[in-house]
Design a protein around this ligand. Sequence first.
Ligand code: ADP
Length: 594
Amino acid sequence: MKSEKGAMKKVRETLAFFYPQVWKQYKGYFAAGVGKLLLDAAQPFVSMLVLPFLIDGLINGEKVSRLLMYAMIIALGGSLLSLAGSVLGVIMEKYDEKFQNYFSQQLSRRVMELDFQLTEDKKALDQVEAARTGMQWYSGGVHGISQQFFGLISSLLTMGGVVVLVAIHAPLLFVVAAVLVLVNAIINHKTNKIEVEQYAKLSKFNRIFSYLGWEIVDFRYGKDIRLYDAQDMLTEKWNVYTDESLKNWEENADRRLPLHLAANGVNIIRILAIYFYLGVRVILGKISIGIFSQMCDAGTTLNRSVERMIWQMQDIIKRTNYAYEYIKLMQYPVALKKGDRHVEEGPHTIEFRNVDFTYPNTDVQVLHNVCLTLHAGEHLSVVGLNGAGKTTFVKLLCRLYDPTAGEILLDGVNISQYDYKEYMQLFAPVFQDFKLFAFSMAENIALQDNAEKKVLLPLVKQVGLEEKLSSMEKGLDTMLFKFYDEDGIEPSGGEQQKLAIARALYKKAPVVILDEPTAALDPVAEYDIYRQFEALVGGKTAVYISHRLSSCKFCDRIAVFGEGQVAEYGTHDELLRQGGIYAEMFAAQAQYYR
Ligand code: ADP
């Protein structure tokens, strides 16, 4: 009972969510839907009303011309209504494309705007998958739900008409119909329950299949798969999940079989009961042969419309419940509390105060008691071994995650109080795992259409891609990769990194963050970046993460991360004098820089 209430609540919420949006933009859809439902409702009556005249006319020897007219009405009338209904159906299908497009786009946008930490959260990822498949496949989207709604009203009208006819000629048929309604409702309810349960289990499989079947076969993984001979392992993984998924489907089919058999049995009993009752009425002289045929037809139509209505109601519940997953994603709880404080212009000081951090759903504390202040215009070098927490420090700085304890302050105010978008505007980071898109070079740098070339060109020059650019016929409009354009270029790792740096510069944010920017660069290019660092970053605040200490020389301060803590902090000379980790690392690496 509780679950039924929940299901009805979802129906209401789903309709309230989708229909105002659709009504606002696509009123024509509803006009076609209403037209079609009226035609569909009227269609069975053409033959049901005219056939008794034809049969009784034949028996009573009526004029041939009149009989022909009855036959013509039956033959053409029904077909014309059906044809007109199909035309409206096609018009509605065209809207379906538009709906799918519109809601998929909204979904993609939502996924791109989810708090970053949710992209690593299994529950959130499952919700994205459930929303996508629930909306597109299982519910048939808004059109799928509406079809059933219009169908339900149409069935209701048909049923109303038939009830009037049956009440006049053979009222006991209602008893047959009533029993049937009950039995069918129970069977359908059970079948739907099985399906919904099964669907809940499938979301995980669908996510894994789309990873194995779509993302991994992406060409970017191509080299590793071939050279490390990973094909077998990947296919085997696929097999494991295929088996589990198939087991799920088989179980579904097995559970539904007895219900199908029961439904068929009930149908046989129904037909026998109808013929028996009507036959007796003809023998008793209560109805003519023509009406006998009309009632047989009415019995079948009544039965069909009742069955259809039950199915339609339950299908509406099922479809809206699938589509509800979409709403759940659209209203997914935020991972980070967001404020509305305006980020003022001007120089900013950012302070980490006793910050601890543990990644969500993990146990290991990655940062402990980090205290550090970043003054406006300061260039901070963050060094430390792999896994020391340098990148995590940057992720917290950019507020991709919130500290688990302690606080981060911008000009003395906790960063969670600021407008999130405005806060993010302060940073132009180049992460180690930055991504370039299969768009033009200009679009990759500006991440917007119509960026002005005269703004972009100096940046390209600054990051050392001028020569590369002059070799490309289409200049900044050259496409990267080959998804869109056969002539798209495949930039080298170093070139990609330079583009990512150009992107960061284009953003004109007051704080530039370079996370191991030299990892993919050759020594000459690395030297270039260092040499131009001042020009690149200028008076901006900069955080420069590297495990190559040569970068520290041109930074004002150095924070040495060790085991999640700021182990040492000071200028290059101070740290050398301290004779701690930094001095040791520097001595070990110094030979490369002499
Ligand atoms: P560094 O940049 O100094 O190499 P990181 O900040 O990347 O170090 O990583 C610090 C620690 O946090 C590592 O032990 C790493 O495995 C862990 N870590 C990094 N990202 C995540 C994540 N998304 N979820 C869980 N643990 C993570």
